[in-house]
Design a protein. Structure first.
Length: 292
């Protein structure tokens, strides 16, 4: 379930970044927009597959998930199913328009619709827990906001990480990715700009985490005395504090021409953020099961 929530939030965040970049950044960030749309498409599909595998419905009734569509809007699961399906459709359309061309106005309309669906997807991963009655650990009104910001942060991070990874794995198929990565100065400049947004999102996530814990007394188990305490501290260090430090270090190196060092350290920081995003959801899920 933690994997499903993580992938859902990442998918929403990645598409949000893709759409915002396309609307406001222009051609200089075209590769980042394409990367975000690709990440969103893969993550949505993966999240649905993971969910079906975890609830073990493939073996029993492979098409039983279709029932979820009929319960809208009375069921939170049904609402989430429709939102995820909408985001998948929009992501696929965006990939087609971005890589094969299409009408400019259609792309912008799809972007706007996708922004709504992506925010809904990221928020849903927290709302679905908040709606579970009898579990005070998930009852804070700040949990959906925490998961939303975390989803945007991991989505942006994965979209950036996808650029050098895809450039090496599929240099011919994704030629624009390779060209950007080869122009180290341009790619490093993009790293510098996106890391500023990541730092802001990280600080907001820290604030929301404090508010979540402050409004949910039972979250005290995260600080000590439970099996998830260590993981919680790993999340704080690995997913929040260390990436902030790496971002600060890269801002210093940017003026010293250490392009390769910046690329490598940025990739390390991006992996840390992704691991932190997963651990956050795992800790919240397990914490809710420990205290009823």
């Amino acid at each position: 379930m933690a994997t499903y929530l993580f992938l859902g939030g990442l998918a929403g965040g990645a598409y949000l970044i893709s759409a915002l970049v396309d609307l406001f950044k222009g051609e200089d960030y075209e590769v980042l927009s394409k990367s975000g749309a690709l990440v969103s498409t893969v993550a949505v599909i993966a999240s649905v597959v993971v969910l079906l595998l975890e609830i073990k419905r493939f073996e029993v009734a492979p098409l039983s998930f279709l029932y979820a569509f009929s319960e809208f809007p009375g069921s939170m699961i049904s609402v989430g199913t429709w939102i995820l399906t909408g985001l998948l459709v929009v992501s696929v359309v965006t990939v087609i328009l971005a890589f094969f061309g299409g009408n400019w106005l259609v792309r912008k309309i799809v972007d706007v619709v996708g922004i709504v669906l992506s925010l809904g997807t990221a928020a849903y991963t927290g709302l679905v827990l908040s709606y579970c009655r009898g579990i005070p650990f998930w009852g804070s009104p700040f949990l959906p906001a925490l998961f939303t910001v975390s989803g945007i942060l991991t989505g942006l991070t994965m979209a950036m990480l996808m650029i050098p990874v895809a450039a090496y794995i599929m240099p011919k198929a994704l030629n624009s990715f390779w060209e950007l990565y080869e122009r180290k100065a341009s790619y490093v400049g993009m790293i510098g700009q996106t890391e500023k947004y990541c730092q802001v999102l990280t600080v907001v996530e820290i604030v929301l985490l404090a508010l979540y814990m402050g409004t949910t007394p039972t979250t005290g188990i995260l600080l000590g005395g439970s099996s998830v305490s260590l993981l919680f501290y790993v999340y704080i260090a690995l997913g929040l504090l260390l990436p902030l430090g790496i971002g600060y270090l890269n801002s210093k190196w940017e003026h010293q021409g250490k392009d390769m060092m910046i690329v490598l350290s940025a990739m390390i920081g991006q992996v840390m953020v992704l691991l932190g995003g997963f651990i956050l959801r795992y800790v919240v899920l397990i914490g809710g099961q420990l205290i009823h």
